[in-house]
Design a protein around this ligand. Structure first.
Ligand code: NDP
Length: 449
């Protein structure tokens, strides 16, 4: 990791001691603190009022038992989490992740990141994240439903449209949100649409929410290219993952005339030299809940599936990591640079390691951090909350237009903040400083909270 300013370094050491055994959380904190030296020197009140320590301490952390029965009637046990990080700007807001790797440190890293991301959108939303170490993969619909019902039976008491409004993340899509919303409605006897976002359009969801994170990341990439006098048209791209974010990033890249030649899942990588067949990919992944190996098999000669390969060794102009944290390291970055990649945009949360980011920036590769680039999902969640509050539903075109405008604003904020700090083109510093200042100034105005 890069060296922190001396004073900030001491603060960071104290935060690590206070939160032992949470490497992803430490990494996320380090990533933000690393950008803040100049700002803290300029605004002495931020240090005096212990803004960093307060921001690194969640307002509330909830850990709970989730018992449920599988199809054979056997009792299963999982652990649920909800970390309500900051409500300085609005109700807690962030997704739920169901994946066996989920633990408190992972949820804290995601919640911490969410605070700054949400601030960057300029919308009135605080930051949170939750989830469970439950693996929906290989489970029947009935098992997923019983798990979601048990999970919500505890979580509901912490939620509310003005309190905490979760959405989806890894392993939580429209199906899971439906079961969660159904149980919330039963327990509370309230049709409180604004308590969850990412709902199906037939029951209070917003059009474009499903597409928003992937589309938004591509809109952000477009603005980055524009700042360099380029467009997406004709560019060769690789995308990691093949879930919600990856699929919709691939779709929008394709719409913009780029050629996406590879994507992946945790089993391996599919390389399709002529460009992925969108209709087939969506059919396999969305309609059939299949794997990229199934796509490759159906595509025949044209596509090659490599088990446990990685997408970063495939030559490209643009790389978009859209699967999970720490999936692109310094070695991968070096390979991308060697192959002429000029733009890396994070669709996932913290997918590029700190060493990977440093390598890319040193080589002059344009780098869009997830905090800014993948904020389109939560921004559209906030648009869903607006529609729920006014009992309205907007057209696809209108909502997509709002999303594109928000991503344009986030890009401008990061770009101009970096320029003002004397690090032009450094979107990492731009995003961290702009997000931090918005939350910190609100906290100062609200007293000692
Ligand atoms: P999905 O569950 O829809 O898809 C996740 C994809 O990533 C799958 O292809 C999955 O493969 C792969 N993946 C997950 N974990 C691993 C792992 N440990 N190793 C290798 N591959 C893995 O999730 P999303 O698309 O919603 O989320 C992807 C990323 O985007 C996450 O970092 C999330 O936090 C972030 N994000 C999501 C938002 C949203 O609106 N959904 C908003 C902002 C950020 P497999 O099926 O094999 O597990």
């Amino acid at each position: 990791m890069p060296i922190l300013d001396e004073k900030v370094d001491l603060l960071y050491d104290a935060i690590v001691r206070r939160n032992p055994g949470e490497p992803e959380f430490h990494q996320a904190v380090h990533g933000v603190l690393d950008s803040l030296g100049a700002v803290l020197a300029k605004e002495s009140r931020l240090a005096r009022d212990r803004m960093i320590e307060r921001l690194c301490e969640p307002e509330r952390q909830i850990i709970f038992r989730v018992p449920w029965q599988n199809d054979r009637g056997e009792v299963q046990l999982n652990r649920g989490f909800q970390v309500e990080f900051s409500s300085a700007l609005g109700p807690y807001k962030g997704g739920l992740r169901f994946h066996p790797s989920v633990n408190l440190g992972i949820v804290k890293f995601l919640g911490f990141t969410q605070v700054f991301k949400n601030a960057l959108t300029g919308m009135p939303i605080g930051g949170a994240k939750g989830g469970a170490d439950f693996d929906p993969k290989g489970k029947s619909d009935g098992e997923v439903m019983r798990f979601c019902q048990s999970f919500m039976t505890e979580l509901y008491r912490h939620l509310g449209e003005h309190t905490d409004v979760p959405a989806g993340d890894i392993g939580v899509g429209e199906r899971e949100l439906g079961y969660l919303f159904g149980q919330y409605k039963r327990i509370t006897n309230r049709y409180e649409s604004g308590v969850l976002t990412g709902k199906g359009p037939a029951w209070g969801g917003s059009l474009v929410r499903k597409e928003a994170t992937g589309f938004g990341a591509v809109f952000f990439a477009e603005r980055m290219l524009e700042a360099r006098g380029q467009t997406l048209d004709g560019k060769t791209c690789v995308v990691s993952g093949s879930g919600n974010v990856a699929l919709h990033a691939i779709q929008k890249l394709h719409d913009r005339g780029a050629r996406v030649v590879a994507c992946s899942d945790s089993d391996g990588v599919v390389h399709d030299r002529d460009g992925l067949d969108l209709a087939l990919l969506f059919q396999v992944k969305e309609d059939e809940r299949g794997r990229v190996s199934d796509y490759a098999e159906r595509r025949g000669e044209r596509a090659r599936f490599t088990r446990s390969g990685d997408v970063w060794s495939i030559p490209c102009d643009i790389a978009m990591p859209c699967a999970t944290q720490n999936e692109l390291n310094a070695r991968d970055a070096a390979t991308l640079i060697q192959n002429g990649c000029a733009l890396v945009v994070e669709g996932a949360n913290m997918p590029v390691t700190p060493e990977g980011v440093a390598r890319l920036l040193e080589a002059g590769v344009a780098f869009g951090p997830g905090k800014a680039a993948n904020a389109g999902g939560v921004a559209t969640s906030a648009l869903e909350m607006q529609q729920n509050a006014s009992r309205d539903s907007w057209s696809f075109e209108h909502t997509e237009g709002r999303l594109a405008a928000i991503m344009g604003n986030i890009h401008r904020t990061c770009f101009e903040t970096a320029e003002a700090l004397g690090v032009p083109g450094n979107y990492v510093v731009g995003a961290n400083v702009a997000g931090f200042l918005r939350v910190a100034r609100a906290m100062l105005a609200l007293g000692v909270i």
